[in-house]
Design a binder for this molecule. Structure first.
Ligand SMILES: Cc1cc2nc3c(=O)[nH]c(=O)nc-3n(C[C@H](O)[C@H](O)[C@H](O)COP(=O)(O)OP(=O)(O)OC[C@H]3O[C@@H](n4cnc5c(N)ncnc54)[C@H](O)[C@@H]3O)c2cc1C
Length: 494
């Protein structure tokens, strides 16, 4: 199949018609106004700046009434959640737990069994949806009763060879099959990491070759299928400093097998009408991930129904440009493209790799820049779906981004349900935000990893790291669950 021409980002940015009348400059924020748009913020009595988003959302999106937020949660469930959230915020406990998990103590069967038992009834129950698809289905039903939806994540991380990729694929196919016995639309997405169905070395080789072709468009890649733009003019190319060798026949065969796996899964998702969202990972292999995702999206995203979604990590400096280029190309090809927008989870390793090669980190210089980029990408995608094309998952625990997105959706008249807009938070985290968005009438999903405890350990370690300390995303949930439990206890006694 012919390769698609990848237009230069700067040219596209200049020629694109602004999506709203106020816009005239060449940045994405101009094409779609940033969602935090109040020019002269007022001060609230508590001292924080009152933005236009605050004013619009005050009536529809309220996180102040904790009793209303947690009304659908039973007291035993709330108590267990509160205990777990407090445990993961207690730094010495988390430090010790992480040290033990990585130590040789885990080689002693008795100690290992005790530790795994503790983890199972605490962190695992809190952050994971169950050991298998049937157990995960039960968790989806509970969420469904609470007015939320589930994104099912069979928690497989890396596969080293074709046999394990095939086994993992079967796990994903079984997950799609399991959704058929659940209430319609209770599962919003099947989530997959490409590294579970493609050996890492193939992703590295393909990413190298794609980067080299971006540097030198005359460089031929005979195996390359139709895709959307993967790079912008500002994308980092430092991972590939020398011209890579072409794929060997064995490597080409391995790549073809990966394509076949992804097509099989996309086909299954299309038949079940449950979209497939492909997670974003390290920037060293993201070009190959995007390439595979887009080539499958081109086949399966039809009419107004995006089946295959990509992921944009807003912490990357080139995120906005790549989003713009990919959506523009998809529009030109008549393909409804869906994106999950996240901030990004691999900050420290990105910085380490870049500095080891003598380059600046590809991540924004400050968290404020990441927030601004996230909100711009969200705003841009909201405008797109308001105009009737594609879909977006706003995956974040950031309350300010949630408020801004609610205000923007309200302003441009996006219907709350049955539009291709989904808010999403991780299972066991940011519950008040999820319930607040649900109460405001939006579709909200929880990202629900499931699988045997040994498989999900790397995921649990990342959650433990993310939740530690007083400043973690779960701080407000801890406070609110405590308040609600106190009030329920008082009401029961008096
Ligand atoms: C449903 C769901 C799906 C997800 N899928 C993916 C995925 O596919 N790929 C992936 O990589 N991540 C994924 N994540 C994780 C996500 O990228 C974030 O790590 C996590 O959600 C925390 O970000 P936040 O938006 O909730 O906001 P916040 O907690 O407000 O922001 C924290 C984030 O800001 C960024 N940041 C922090 N400090 C700085 C700094 N100094 N400079 C620049 N940026 C900074 C980092 O990205 C950090 O994670 C997912 C998260 C959710 C909720």
């Amino acid at each position: 199949m012919a390769n698609r021409v990848i237009p230069a980002a700067s040219k596209l940015l200049k020629t694109l018609r602004p999506l709203n009348s106020a816009a005239s400059s060449t940045t994405i924020s101009a094409i779609s106004p940033p969602i935090g748009y109040a020019e002269k913020p007022l001060q609230s009595p508590s001292g924080h700046a009152i933005t236009a988003a605050d004013t619009i959302t005050d009536n529809i999106f309220n996180l102040d009434d904790a009793d209303k937020l947690f009304a659908s949660v039973s007291t035993p469930t709330l108590l267990r959640a509160a205990l777990n959230l407090h445990a993961v915020a207690f730094e010495p406990l988390v430090d010790m737990g992480m040290w033990v998990m990585k130590s040789r103590l885990m080689d002693t069967p008795l100690i290992r069994d005790v530790i795994m038992g503790i983890i199972r009834y605490t962190f695992y129950e809190h952050f994971c949806a169950g050991e298998n698809a049937v157990a995960a289905g039960r968790s989806v039903l509970e969420l469904n009763e609470a007015g939320l939806r589930g994104m099912l994540v069979y928690a497989l991380e890396y596969a080293g060879d074709n046999d394990s990729c095939d086994r993992n694929l079967q796990g994903f196919l079984d997950t799609v099959e399991a959704t058929k016995s659940l209430p319609p639309s209770s599962v919003s997405f099947i989530i997959m990491k490409i590294t579970a169905i493609c050996p890492m070395r193939v992703l590295e080789r393909v990413s190298d070759l794609l980067r080299w072709q971006h540097k030198d468009p005359s460089f031929k890649l005979p195996w390359k299928l139709d895709t959307l733009p993967i790079f912008s003019d500002n994308s980092p190319l430092y991972h590939t400093l020398e011209k890579p060798e072409p794929l060997t026949p064995d490597e080409e065969r391995d790549l073809e097998l990966v394509h076949q796996r992804l097509l099989k899964l996309s086909q299954k998702c299309s038949e079940a009408n449950v979209p497939l969202s492909v997670d974003a990972e390290y920037s060293s292999v993201q070009p190959a991930i995007d390439y595979l995702t887009y080539s499958s999206a081109i086949i399966y995203n039809k009419d107004d129904n995006p089946i295959v979604y990509g992921t944009i990590q807003a912490y990357l400096k080139d995120a906005k440009e790549r989003l713009l280029l990919a959506t523009k190309a998809a529009d030109d090809m008549g393909i409804p493209m869906g994106f999950k927008v996240v901030r990004g989870a691999y900050m420290s390793s990105e910085a380490k790799v870049a500095s080891s090669l003598g380059y600046k980190s590809p991540i924004h210089d400050s968290i404020e820049d990441t927030h601004a980029c996230y909100n711009d990408c969200a705003s841009f995608m909201l405008e797109k779906i308001a105009n009737g094309s594609g879909g977006v998952v706003l995956a974040s625990h950031n309350v300010e981004s949630g408020k801004l997105a609610v205000a923007k959706a309200h302003e441009i008249g996006i219907g709350k349900v049955r539009q291709k807009l989904e808010f999403a938070q991780l299972y066991g985290m940011a519950e008040s935000l999820s319930f607040g968005l649900r109460n405001a009438g939006f579709q909200v999903s929880k990202y629900m990893p499931f699988g045997p405890i040994e498989l999900v350990l790397p995921y649990l370690l990342r959650r433990a790291e993310e939740n530690r300390g007083l400043l973690s995303a779960s701080t407000q949930d801890r406070q609110r669950t405590r308040e609600v439990l106190k009030r329920r206890l008082k009401a029961a006694i008096f």
